[in-house]
Design a protein around this ligand. Structure first.
Ligand SMILES: Cc1ncc(COP(=O)(O)O)c(C=O)c1O
Length: 397
């Protein structure tokens, strides 16, 4: 059952910004619903009144709800969840925990997130690792056959896949790749930064050892907050990030420490409890709305937008792949991207601009050096999609 018009209206009532802007930048940062802002403000006010440490102690039970909410979102247990400052922070902590030896190999895809690719290159240089990428299918997206063939050939220590790339509407087959990884005993790290809150995420079905994401995108949480999932296997193998502190480990003797048994070994002691509480409420808000319904509406708005944009002369829709997400990307040959984005902004449209340095392989293959990204969410409307298409038509006339 899709959302009713009354439900959409109520989501929009909770989202004051939706009345003022055409917000098509949910893949950048979504508009927070009012309860998220209120949770953050409540805790900051408590900190002002009581003191930061005292406020955290006072809100201990509620803070524990952060782990419960994430566990429900991902189909795992609270002890497998860690709070992080961003998706990249979570990803780098996971990467730093892999017991690489010189000569080890990391297998990734041609569509993995730019910062992840940079981290692989840097880790490669520092630790003497090799770094390879699976081939793409003709229709776009990683070819699971290539993943399996490269695993047989190179025996990678780690396979890392971005579920939904930042700069295109592609959805990678993370469950299928997970089955291949478990068949061959590879560690598996999934970047779910764009899929958390946009699509159902079941870490058991994906079969990953680590999964990382942010709250500010499709989960509609605050900026400056992310999370990490660590599997029971990763924890039992004793994987621990560089570097631990007095929260993630215990100083047990003058020359000995013991990492925490759960995923809290991936956290640091200091963090924003206000943002944790806002993230908890954002996750509960998404669960309450229903992730399947969210996905159905957001992807259908994006598909509708792609159809309307594709009819505009001078505009190319770039998205490829057998399954597409709520991210739509377009290029307008011969146009300068910055004035186009500024003209959209002047008409109240929030969008995002990707340039070659964030999507080298993908854009090289598509023969473009920039793309405008429009990413609707479930609180957007069909009328907004039509308005955006009309604005693009006028701008390109
Ligand atoms: C697929 C993907 N992974 C990782 C990130 C990085 O997230 P953060 O900025 O929270 O570190 C992004 C941000 O756009 C992303 O789209």
């Amino acid at each position: 059952m899709p959302f009713t018009p009354e439900q959409i209206e109520s989501f929009r009532q909770d989202t004051p910004g939706s009345a003022r802007r055409l917000h098509f930048n949910n893949a950048g940062a979504a508009l927070m619903p009012r309860p998220v802002l209120e949770a953050i403000q409540r805790h900051l006010a408590l900190e002002m009144e009581m003191g930061g440490y005292e406020a955290a102690a006072f809100a201990r039970r509620e803070i524990g709800g952060f782990y419960q909410a994430l566990a429900r979102l991902l189909n795992t247990g609270p002890a497998n969840i860690a709070f992080a400052g961003s998706a990249t922070d979570a990803f780098n902590r996971a990467l730093s925990a892999i017991p690489f030896k010189p000569g080890d190999c990391i297998l990734t895809t041609r569509d993995d997130y730019v910062s992840n690719q940079i981290a692989f290159m840097q880790a490669g240089q520092r630790f003497g690792l090799r770094f390879i990428r699976a081939a793409c299918l003709p229709e776009g997206g990683a070819d699971p056959g290539s993943v399996e063939q490269l695993i047989r050939q190179h025996r990678p220590r780690l396979v890392a896949v971005t579920h939904m790339p930042t700069n295109s509407g592609l959805v990678q087959p993370v469950e299928e790749i997970g089955r291949i990884c478990s068949l061959h005993g590879c560690l598996y790290l999934v970047d779910a930064c764009q899929s958390a809150g946009q699509a159902p995420l079941d870490v058991q079905a994906i079969g990953c050892d680590f999964l990382t994401a942010t709250f500010r995108k499709f989960l509609r949480g605050p900026r400056g907050a992310g999370f990490l999932y660590a599997s029971p296997r990763a924890l039992e193998m004793g994987m621990e990030p560089l570097f631990l502190d007095l929260h993630s480990a215990e100083w047990t003797a003058s020359d000995a420490y013991r990492p925490q048994p759960g995923a809290s070994r991936f956290e640091l002691w200091e963090r924003s409890y206000a943002l944790m509480l806002g993230s908890k409420v954002a996750t509960e808000y998404a669960l309450q709305a229903g992730i399947e319904k969210i996905q159905a509406r957001a992807t259908s708005l994006a598909a509708n937008l792609r159809r309307q944009l594709a009819d505009i002369p001078g505009l190319h829709v770039l998205d490829r792949g057998s399954r597409l997400s709520a991210i739509a990307t377009v290029h307008c040959p011969g146009r300068k991207p910055l004035p186009l984005k500024a003209a959209l902004e002047a008409r109240g449209v929030n969008s995002s601009l990707s340039t070659l340095n964030v999507a080298r392989l993908d854009f090289d293959e598509k023969g473009v050096d920039w793309a405008l990204r429009f990413s609707p969410h479930y609180y957007n409307t069909g009328a907004e999609v039509e308005q955006l298409a009309q604005i693009m038509r006028e701008l390109l006339r």
